[in-house]
Design a protein around this ligand. Sequence first.
Ligand SMILES: Nc1ncnc2c1ncn2[C@@H]1O[C@H](COP(=O)(O)OP(=O)(O)OP(=O)(O)O)[C@@H](O)[C@H]1O
Ligand SMILES: [Mg+2]
Length: 263
Amino acid sequence: MPTTVTVLSQKGGTGKTTTVRNLADVFGRVGMEVLCVDLDPQGNLSDYFDVPADANPTIADVLAGRERAVDAVHDGVLPANLGLAEAELILSGKMGRELTLRRGLRDLKRRYDLILIDCPPALGLLTVNGLVAADHALISTEAQYFSLQGVEQALEVIELAKENLQPDLEWLGVVLNIADLRTVHSREALEQLKERFGEKVFSTPIRQSIRYAESAERGVAMLDYRPELGEDYLGLAEEMLERLGLSEERAKVAAMRSEPATA
Ligand SMILES: Nc1ncnc2c1ncn2[C@@H]1O[C@H](COP(=O)(O)OP(=O)(O)OP(=O)(O)O)[C@@H](O)[C@H]1O
Ligand SMILES: [Mg+2]
């Protein structure tokens, strides 16, 4: 069975979508078959992958039970659009509503080595579906004074999902995202995170750069757009593979990191 990692945060704009897009790129480079699931009605991940806006069916159809997941995959992405907001509403009135994504992905699992799920900026039903469908949760946080609180809240939801719905769910860790470590403020936020969560904080922060917005606009992963910045995601991917116990793939990422970056 593939490893399934859900990326979540309580707050909006913490870099979740960018993280899923760029991790998928790194894992693909080391030969893994990766599926990305867009669980956000904003559809940002689908855009970043250049999935056409009118792609059909979407994850909304899978959650509504109208389509099989296998028929809704477009170039390695289960896309979303605003229709997902309606699907969420309908879902909220159904029995087993938290298990819908897990069930929907079941048939697909054999085809992939890794599934990455991108959540909307809220800890509601869609994010809970994302967690229940996963075996690992990755929290993304910005370097802000309130980031500790946001991480605590996301952890509570992970804990609830684990206790009630998915006992195998594990917290993979927290990544400091969109970090400007030249500022005292960001460095303090990182220190606070480390004090509170210790080893769970990934040693590789993702540095802040305007290039990310550009890469999203162009629909190009960072390692293609600005390799010297994309290296952050190589570091994060390597740490993740280590924690996931995927040593062969980890070694391949490590080898990529030792090659000089070229644009
Ligand atoms: N490392 C970075 N440096 C600077 N900007 C970034 C970085 N990563 C992402 N961004 C930009 O910050 C914005 C938010 O990023 P992203 O969409 O990945 O966050 P998100 O957590 O998925 O947001 P939402 O909660 O709305 O889904 C985007 O414009 C993105 O291009
Ligand atoms: Mg997003």
